[in-house]
Write a protein that binds this ligand. Structure first.
Ligand SMILES: CC(C)(COP(=O)(O)OP(=O)(O)OC[C@H]1O[C@@H](n2cnc3c(N)ncnc32)[C@H](O)[C@@H]1OP(=O)(O)O)[C@@H](O)C(=O)NCCC(=O)NCCS
Length: 167
């Protein structure tokens, strides 16, 4: 798959659904290939029981190809995770999952979305910047596994006619 046309067609077949415990085998496989310090299965099980958490998977036909999660903290949505299957990246799915989360949280009254990202994670920082996230601060040596700095990013949701103005 190389052309923009193929990528668009592929993305059009992706559906986003709430994550359920049966999804966790596939989610954990992507998790281990995506993060230097993967969350445990137990952490995901706990998250799925937390009423302030919301997790979604992206499914292409039968295969889970990505996921995203957040905590709803009053008027703030805090993104806890976002990952796309390593062989399915650069097809627009990361953006699609992010868009889904922003729309979902805005419909529930959130006015800002926050997250932390590794300083050297250029792919994610670029993705978030493209969605209008601003870098608000540095968390020195925030990631214990590598000692890497964390970057705090924030997007204020502007309300225009009940919806965020288009990016
Ligand atoms: C970050 C991640 C979710 C992006 O997913 P994706 O499906 O590849 O992203 P998209 O195809 O929607 O990319 C959207 C934009 O993000 C930026 N981007 C994505 N990957 C990039 C890369 N490797 N290098 C530079 N920019 C990149 C580009 O601006 C891209 O737009 P373009 O393709 O038109 O140039 C994916 O790389 C991933 O799962 N990484 C490992 C887990 C991770 O780091 N998660 C973030 C935790 S905060």
């Amino acid at each position: 798959m190389t052309s923009a046309f193929d990528r668009r067609n592929w993305l059009a077949e992706v559906v986003i659904e709430e994550m359920v415990p049966d999804d966790l085998d596939e989610v954990m496989a992507i998790e281990h290939r995506s993060f230097p310090c993967a969350w445990s299965r137990c952490s995901y099980e706990r998250e799925l029981r937390n009423r302030n958490s919301h997790y979604f998977v992206a499914r292409h036909r039968a295969e889970i190809v990505g996921y995203v999660g957040m905590w709803a903290l009053s008027a703030e949505c805090h993104i806890t995770t976002l990952a796309v299957h390593p062989e399915r990246r650069r097809r627009g799915l990361g953006g699609r999952l992010l868009r889904h989360l922003i729309d979902f949280t805005q419909e529930r009254g959130a006015t800002q979305v926050t997250l932390e990202v590794r300083e050297r994670n250029d792919a994610a920082r670029q993705l978030y910047r493209g969605f209008g996230f601003e870098e608000r601060g540095l968390l020195p040596r925030y990631y214990g596994d590598t000692g890497e700095n964390g970057v705090v990013m924030c997007k204020v949701l502007r309300v225009a006619g009940g919806r965020e103005a288009a990016d």
